[in-house]
Write a protein that binds this ligand. Structure first.
Ligand code: SIN
Ligand code: CO
Length: 378
């Protein structure tokens, strides 16, 4: 994608301008961002999917009055009969990760590929009856809220007071003070940076797609990285040396921590991070890890001479040394690396490009096809 070309999706801004002016900074409302957009899934199929194991679904109802205090939350899977009638106002069904389960939803992510893959979380879809919504809240995500069917009234505003309505199953802002309000029609889109308060209420039957981008928190990232790095330390060359204190004398202060233990701990941490590739490796593995509850079905063997495309569930990223796919890493260089980077960026390689790969890299593609991570394309 040429990120300097203006896009209707971004209201005539180029991705480069959008990222500079709005990303993580301020909201953007785009009227007719996606003219003629259609819901990636129909209502009946969506309700069916909400009944499937492995699909994360939530049902929020506000039946006993308009107040947020009446909000009830249930988690799926839901049989069709356990969902309220569509004619009943004030309920909403939300399906997380629709892009993993439903190809047309995955395809809707393509125009947003000016944001790094490592930041992408998922496409969530919501169906709501009149008056339905999740209430005023904030997310720690960047999100594009695309109206795909019917109308939704959005009220948004910066959040000065983060206190929540107590005793609710969902995090609802107690003192939300919206500063702007819009009625979104099909094709309209609202971008919100993290921590902006928002409240979307369906006006009649409505469907909204949320393209969400995750941001790692310092604590979680540190935990996951250290765990990943510790795993890689078990390699025989780094050695899992044991702490030894041959010169420890008898102590009259057994409660005191031995200085040698501090030095030992410091040394292993320093050694673990001494090679910058170790951190890059751990980061790439984490960022390409498939989402929880994702599994792949083994695929047909890749025929010679075919191109490939990534399965919709596959996550693929790269850095200067490695290519990462679904939590596994490969060292790549030269032409193979360039082609594999193309596969990660475009999510596909033509037959001609596959032909340029080394025999070793083509074998790898074959393994990935067997695992169901990539599929043959025309
Ligand atoms: C919705 O689609 O109802 C909610 C989306 C959001 O507020 O993040
Ligand atoms: Co939200």
């Amino acid at each position: 994608m040429d990120v300097t070309l203006p896009l209707p999706l971004l209201g005539g801004l180029s991705p480069a301008q959008f990222m500079r002016r709005h990303w993580q900074k301020k909201p953007l409302l785009v009227r007719q961002a996606w003219p003629g957009v259609r819901p990636p899934i129909g209502r009946a199929a969506m309700f069916d999917l909400a009944g499937a194991e492995g699909v994360e679904s939530r049902l929020l109802t506000r039946f006993d009055g308009p107040l947020d205090a009446n909000m009830r939350l249930r988690h799926g899977p839901f049989t069709r009969r356990s969902l309220p009638p569509v004619s009943k106002p004030s309920w909403t069904l939300l399906l997380q990760g629709l892009d993993l389960h439903w190809q047309p939803a995955h395809d809707m992510l393509a125009p947003f590929r000016f944001v790094p893959e490592a930041r992408l979380d998922d496409l969530m879809i919501s169906w709501a009856s009149d008056g339905g919504g999740v209430g005023p809240h904030l997310d720690s995500y960047d999100v594009f809220l695309l109206q795909v069917q019917g109308q939704r009234r959005w009220r948004i505003g910066p959040v000065a007071d983060r206190s929540l309505v107590p005793g609710l199953p969902v995090r609802i802002l107690a003192n939300f003070q919206p500063t702007e309000e819009w009625l979104l029609e099909p094709g309209d889109m609202l971008y919100l940076p993290p921590l902006w308060g928002h409240d979307g209420v369906a006006v009649g039957e409505c469907m909204t797609c949320s393209v969400g981008f995750r941001a790692a928190t310092a604590t979680t990232l540190a935990q996951e990285l250290l765990h990943e790095i510790a795993d890689s330390l078990e390699a025989p060359d780094t050695g899992d040396a044991m702490y030894r204190d041959t010169r420890q004398g008898a102590t009259a202060t057994p409660g005191q921590m031995p200085a040698g233990l501090h030095e030992f701990a410091e040394k292993i941490l320093q050694r673990a991070l001494a090679d910058p590739k170790t951190l890059d490796h751990a980061l790439g593995v984490l960022m390409s890890e498939p989402k929880p509850r994702v599994w792949f079905e083994p695929g047909p063997h890749l025929a010679a001479g075919s191109g490939v495309r990534l399965d919709r569930r596959t996550r693929m990223v790269y850095d200067a040394w490695h290519v990462f796919i679904n939590g596994e890493s490969f060292v790549a260089g030269g032409r193979d690396a360039r082609l594999m980077h193309g596969l990660a960026d475009q999510r596909q390689l033509s037959a001609a490009e596959c032909h340029q790969l080394s025999a070793q890299a083509r074998d790898l593609l074959g393994d990935w096809a067997d695992a169901g991570w990539v599929h043959a394309s025309a």
